[in-house]
Structure formats: structure tokens, C-alpha cells
Design a protein around this ligand. Structure first.
Ligand SMILES: [Zn+2]
Ligand SMILES: [Zn+2]
Length: 152
């Protein structure tokens, strides 16, 4: 995954947020966060669970879900749905910019890219014409990545 804008301080932000709510950063929570940030392709809860369990065998899937839902509720991560036939949510730790995704249909690689200005214009137009406020923009391009194309 090409992702240059990942927020380097997610763990720190979460620690502060937890303290404010009289919670604390446990080893498991830290592992879940680090795994969320390091796994490519905006992992599902199960992806994170399987990876963290390699080093923390007592981890429960429900702990991962609770943590991810809490992060989502706190606005620290975003949930992405990349295709309608995919049942599981994917969790995106990149909140620093609004960005879009390309999903390779063959290897499932996800490439992030910044908001292209024509999209900004469309959104601004829509808001103006409809007196609405757009809060979440989902633009997903589907296709074949460079690696997969070179194997054709
Ligand atoms: Zn992303
Ligand atoms: Zn590919």
C-alpha cells in the first residue's frame, strides 16, 4: 500500500483519549493499534485479530471489535466499505486528509490517493445547490494495479 500520510501519533492520541475517559492503554490495545496501522490494505477486524493473536494468544475477537468501534466512535479512525459484496468493514487509520482509494481487483492491493480537485468542485456544487453538507465522501476506483497488469 502506498500511504504517505499515515498519522504517526495515533497511539499517542488514543492514550490521551483513554486517560480522559479513565481508561488506559493496555498491551493488547497497543498491539491492536500498531497492527491496524501497519497492516496494508485497511484491515478488517479479523485481519487484525489473526495478526495480533500471533503474539498475544489470549486475545478475543470481541476485544478487537470493541476497540475498533470505540476508535470509530471517537472519530480516530474511519470505516471503509470498498465493495458491496464484501461483508466486513475495513478500518482506516488515515484521517489526516480526506483521501480516496484504488482497489486492485486481483491482488486486493489498496492504493490511497488525495482528493482530486474535480471531486472537490462536485462536492462544493452539490452542497451549494442542495443546501446540504457533505460529511463523508466515498470514491473507490476498481481495476488492476501495475504488478497485476505486468503479469498479463
Ligand atoms: Zn485510506
Ligand atoms: Zn494487483
Amino acid at each position: 500500500m502506498i500511504c504517505s500520510k499515515e498519522d504517526p501519533n495515533l497511539t499517542e492520541k488514543v492514550t490521551q483519549r483513554l486517560q480522559g475517559q479513565k481508561g488506559r492503554m493496555t498491551g493488547q490495545r497497543r498491539l491492536i493499534l500498531e497492527t491496524l496501522e501497519s497492516l496494508p490494505g485497511h484491515p478488517t477486524a479479523e485481519d487484525i485479530f489473526l495478526r495480533v493473536r500471533e503474539v498475544a494468544p489470549h486475545l478475543n475477537l470481541s476485544t478487537v471489535y470493541r476497540m475498533l468501534r470505540w476508535l470509530q466512535k471517537e472519530g480516530l479512525i474511519t470505516v471503509r466499505v470498498f465493495s458491496e459484496n464484501e461483508r466486513q468493514d475495513r478500518f482506516d487509520p488515515n484521517l489526516t486528509t480526506e483521501h480516496f482509494h484504488f482497489v486492485c481487483q486481483r491482488c486486493k492491493q489498496i492504493i490511497e490517493f488525495d482528493e482530486p480537485s474535480p471531486a472537490s468542485a462536485i462536492i462544493a456544487d452539490f452542497e451549494k445547490n442542495n443546501s446540504a453538507r457533505v460529511e463523508n465522501v466515498g470514491l473507490v476506483l476498481h481495476g488492476l494495479c501495475r504488478d497485476c497488469l505486468s503479469q498479463e
